[in-house]
Design a protein. Structure first.
Length: 384
């Protein structure tokens, strides 16, 4: 019988962790999971000591929660004293799991290693994009890093981190849950052109991005295009926020709860927030425009951003392709900018075919891996 402490702080990590727990129970006899869970992990059978997935925030908001984070870390250590795990599995959320190296505040990884606990970090911090100095703590505080992409493994190994590329679990999940073609057709509703909007799931993302995306739809319609607009809604609890914004913008658009795969399948073009959602769009080989609105941080980007970031691209499909495959508008984007590019993409069939071909070339090799099984194997090697 082996006890594994598992920790997630975001909904996406909770989803991946739930798949990991289910697969581990099939492959590792007698393994039990407990820790910081979300609803998916609990459904998978993990014992929940606390749920912080509804409190997840972007890095620039973490500073306001340092006190709460420290109290949580100390509470986790008390749980470890009462029930010592055989291994610790951490997913994503570097502020909690790796810590704030700028302030010398170690996260759960360092605290676990200090107690002699083996640590498996799945979905590690993107040190290749920014703040590469975090690799020092990955090297010292983590037993094994299971990273998502081959270029991550090469970089981390060069920095002395015990890293292995397992693949992107999103693709495995998407292949197991393909879109329902009848539902996609119903969402399309016979429209000549469908533009799907994916503004993100957080309140701040909806507030900043959805007005820009809806504004672009308005401008496309004013230019003479007949556009059916679909707005992705991750959960029923977010639907009122999205409906309020749609009504405020006075743009005719249907808010679709869940059914993300079908919403993407129905689209001729997707306006998507930067992040993992871009890979869900790429997996269906759909033309897209990637946007993000960083607020105050966006205004700081121009004078200092390139000194901090370690990549010439910001959208994940472009990072993976190592070239500009999809348009990305990240720094104070406007509806006019989005509409101009969207109009060109919708009219230019040759550009659309080129983008789809380049997405296929980029994504296809990543769809062959079985990341959850590989992470299970790594965990099994760490257990007594």
């Amino acid at each position: 019988m082996a006890d594994v402490f598992i920790s997630v702080a975001e909904a996406s990590a909770d989803e991946h962790a739930a798949h990991l727990v289910r697969r581990a129970r099939e492959r590792i006899p007698g393994v039990r999971f407990f820790g910081l869970t979300g609803p998916r992990l609990r459904e998978a059978g993990a014992e929940s000591l606390a749920d912080i997935t509804d409190q997840a925030v972007m890095l620039h908001r973490v500073l306001g929660r340092i006190g709460a984070g420290l109290r949580l870390a100390r509470q986790v250590e008390r749980w470890w004293e009462a029930r010592r795990p055989d291994a610790v599995v951490l997913l994503d959320s570097s502020a909690l799991h790796l810590g704030l190296i700028e302030l010398g505040l170690r996260g759960l990884a360092g605290r676990a290693r200090r107690r002699g606990l083996p640590v498996l970090y799945f979905i590690a911090p993107q040190t290749w994009a920014s703040r590469s100095y975090r690799e020092r703590w990955l090297r010292s505080d983590v037993t094994r890093v299971a990273c998502l992409y081959p270029f991550e493994e090469a970089r981390l190994r060069a920095a002395g981190v015990n890293a292995v590329c397992v693949g992107q679990p999103l693709f495995e999940r998407l292949q197991a849950e393909p879109p329902d073609p009848r539902r996609a057709a119903a969402l399309r509703d016979g429209a000549a052109r469908v533009v799907s909007l994916m503004p993100g799931s957080r309140e701040s993302e909806i507030r900043r991005l959805l007005p820009l995306q809806l504004g672009a739809v308005r401008l496309l319609r004013r230019s003479g295009m007949s556009i059916r607009a679909l707005v992705s809604c991750a959960s029923a609890s977010r639907r009122p926020d999205l409906l309020t914004e749609v009504q405020r913008q006075r743009v005719d658009a249907e808010v679709v709860v869940g059914e993300l795969a079908e919403l993407i399948a129905a689209a001729d073009l997707v306006l998507v927030k930067s992040g993992t959602g871009t890979l869900a769009v790429a997996a269906q080989r759909k033309p897209m425009i990637v946007t993000y609105h960083a607020g105050v941080l966006g205004r700081l980007y121009r004078p200092i951003g390139r000194r901090v970031l370690g990549t010439p691209h910001l959208a994940m499909p472009n990072i993976l392709a190592e070239r500009r495959v999809v348009p990305e508008l990240m720094i104070d984007p406007t509806s006019e900018q989005i509409a101009t590019i969207a109009g060109a993409l919708l009219r230019d069939e040759a550009w659309r075919r080129l983008m789809v071909a380049q997405l296929d070339e980029t994504i296809r090799p990543l769809e062959q891996s079985r990341p959850i099984e590989r992470v299970c194997d790594l965990l099994s090697e760490m257990l007594p």
